[in-house]
Design a protein around this ligand. Structure first.
Ligand code: GAR
Length: 212
């Protein structure tokens, strides 16, 4: 059975589009059942609507500084839609413990660096400034400390001589579009029943191949 997955976006939605494209395969273990944006003008919404995916805007501006109230509405929408997994894909809001704990082990994020290097914003410029030779992207479980949850998968790219920020951004983004669908598939196929959250996500290999 395909896992009902929501994708949360704030902008362009290219990772969301990659997830949608992969989920179109009948054999893919997750179904994108909802796309939710905190910004009504997010270009990704149009892409999702064109793909026939139910879209919802829950504009954070309506809630002023009350993050909890915003998240309560998001949480209700996710549960009403029968969502089992949540993928943050360029969702640019800090989350409170309420949403993070409510979806612990079931909420993934993609971050444009090889965590734990370069958490936060402007990762590509910072990677160039630091002179690293390898850069990349990470899919991790979301926990209360930003960009610090258990790492599920990473893809590395070289930083080439003369790289501009744009060139590096695009090189990483191409890998994001491969890594996120692969990781969601891994998680969705290992997802345990609702009564046993977490363990299979953190140990996605079959039990006989796990280290003791
Ligand atoms: C992606 O590069 C994603 O890794 C990054 O925002 C971009 C969204 O692009 N996320 C973060 O920086 C989260 N801290 P997209 O809307 O085209 O997927």
């Amino acid at each position: 059975m395909k896992r009902r997955t929501a994708v949360l976006i704030s902008g362009r939605g290219s990772n969301m589009a990659a997830l949608l494209a992969n989920a179109a395969d009948p054999a893919y273990p997750a179904e994108i059942a909802l796309v939710l944006s905190n910004r009504p003008e997010a270009p990704g919404l149009e892409l999702a609507a064109r793909a026939g995916v139910p879209c919802l805007v829950i504009d954070h501006k309506r809630f002023g500084p009350d993050r909890g109230a915003h998240e309560a509405v998001i949480d209700r929408a996710l549960r009403q839609a029968g969502i089992e997994l949540v993928c943050l894909a360029g969702y640019m809001r800090l989350l409170t413990p309420f949403l993070v704990q409510g979806w612990a082990g079931r909420m993934l994020n993609i971050h444009p660096s090889l965590l734990p290097a370069f958490p936060g914003l402007n990762t590509h410029a910072r990677a160039l400034a630091a002179g690293v030779k390898l850069h990349g992207c990470t899919v991790h479980l979301v926990t209360e400390r930003i960009d610090s949850g258990p790492i599920l998968a990473q893809a590395a790219v070289p930083v080439l001589p003369g790289d501009t920020e744009t060139a590096l951004t695009n090189r990483v983004l191409r890998q994001e579009h491969i890594l996120y669908p692969l990781t969601l598939a891994l998680v969705a196929s290992g997802l345990p029943g609702r009564t046993d959250p977490g363990t299979a996500l953190l140990n996605p290999l079959p039990p006989e191949t796990r280290a003791a």
